[in-house]
Design a protein around this ligand. Structure first.
Ligand SMILES: NC(=O)c1ccc[n+]([C@@H]2O[C@H](COP(=O)([O-])OP(=O)(O)OC[C@H]3O[C@@H](n4cnc5c(N)ncnc54)[C@H](O)[C@@H]3O)[C@@H](O)[C@H]2O)c1
Length: 356
């Protein structure tokens, strides 16, 4: 009898094709809103999670990272890379996939593409942070760095906090034009700018999402006005930052998980005791967010495992509703759990039978 996987062998798998179907079926704005809800729920119960800075393997060209976390019920991890020169060879700067497993048995319950999902979760996270930190009723945002993440950021800010005026800047003008074109049906008033100084002029929020594996200075101190909120997304590795240190010294700084952000975030430029607030404390009502109109706030985003856990949890909740997955024959499941070798022997006999 030919091998046929048992029910225990099969794990739901969301391919890129199915993720595209899932997001478009739900609708990208609804997806961002619901995902943001899952992130906020998980940030409210932050102390319950196992947390560790992500495990990073650096090379000259980029970084490959593993991002694990768990609560009492589920374990999740993401594989993700960051290679700023990849776009020159037609590849993405960031690609990812992830797994969720049940803590009780250790068996995976979901495996999914996470390249699209990372862009969605990063944007949802940024907009959640802005909900607590940006000026009240902010409508305008500069978006510096108009690559893969940029449209997702714009849409999350529109959907979650009502930003509808965008000022785009990228060193590659064609990237800004593509971003503007992709966003044309979403109700934004978009201005493509020819310098970062022009992009930040008069806006309430500045998002930086550039990719460069070195200390960069996308924003200098004179470009940031009091009262602006900065959403700094692109500085997320040792030696890879976007803001001049003087901006950090006059901002109130909010981070995801301090031990990881001290290594990877903008605050790697500051002494290790410089005060920062973890965002979960603000969301849980344990620390203030924005307290005055003149305050300069900075969300020093690097991306933390709990956000990916929320994204995995959200996708898992969706695939019951939307048939956008297939079952993957992932786990060897011998009839007798201890007879794994017997499973191999039986398959060898089957192969011989087939050949004769
Ligand atoms: N914080 C997080 O959670 C998180 C998540 C995903 C990605 N990221 C980071 O966000 C950044 C953007 O990711 P992406 O996938 O959009 O990359 P991408 O390569 O697709 O886009 C980056 C864009 O930045 C532009 N750029 C580079 N230097 C610039 C400069 N000095 N001024 C203006 N524009 C400049 C490039 O021309 C490009 O269009 C990366 O650094 C990535 O590592 C962070």
């Amino acid at each position: 009898m030919a091998y046929a996987p048992s029910a225990l062998a099969l794990v739901p798998f969301v391919s890129v094709e199915n993720m595209l179907r899932l997001v478009n079926t739900v609708g990208v704005e609804t997806f961002l809103t619901e995902l943001a809800g899952f992130i906020e729920d998980d940030f409210r119960r932050w102390p319950l999670f196992d947390k560790t800075p992500r495990v990073a393997s650096h090379s000259r060209e980029g970084v490959i990272e593993l991002m694990p976390t768990a609560d009492d019920v589920s374990y999740g991890f993401k594989y993700v890379n960051g290679h700023p020169k990849n776009t020159r060879t037609g590849r993405q700067t960031v690609t990812a996939f992830g797994v969720m497993a049940e803590v009780e048995t250790g068996y995976p319950v979901l495996i999914t593409e996470m390249t699209l999902l990372t862009a969605l979760r990063t944007a949802a996270m940024s907009a959640v942070a802005a909900k607590y930190l940006a000026p009240a009723e902010a409508r305008s945002m500069a978006l510096i760095g108009n690559g893969a993440q940029s449209e997702f950021q714009a849409l999350a800010f529109k959907t979650l906090i009502g930003v509808d005026r965008l000022r785009l800047y990228d060193i590659d003008h064609s990237a800004s034009l593509r971003c503007a074109r992709n966003l044309s049906g979403f109700g934004f008033d978009v201005t493509v700018c020819t310098s970062p100084e022009a992009a930040v002029e008069g806006v309430e929020i500045i998002t930086t999402a550039t990719a460069d594996k070195q200390f960069a200075t996308i924003l200098t101190d004179n470009m940031v006005a009091s009262g602006q909120h900065i959403n700094a997304v692109g500085g997320d590795c040792p030696g890879k930052t976007e803001l001049h240190r003087d901006i950090l010294l006059r901002s109130d700084i909010f981070v995801e998980y301090t031990p990881q952000t001290r290594i990877e975030g903008e605050i790697q430029q500051l002494r290790p005791t410089h005060p920062v607030t973890e965002l979960w404390q603000v969301i849980a009502g344990e620390a203030p967010g924005r307290t005055s109109a003149g305050q300069t706030t900075l969300f020093d985003s690097v991306g933390f495992a709990v956000e990916d856990f929320s994204a995995l949890r959200y996708v898992k909740s969706l695939i019951g509703r939307v048939p956008a997955y297939e079952m993957l024959d992932l786990l060897a499941d011998p009839d007798d759990p201890r007879d794994l070798f017997g499973m191999l022997l039986r398959a060898r006999v089957e192969l011989k039978d087939l050949a004769s």
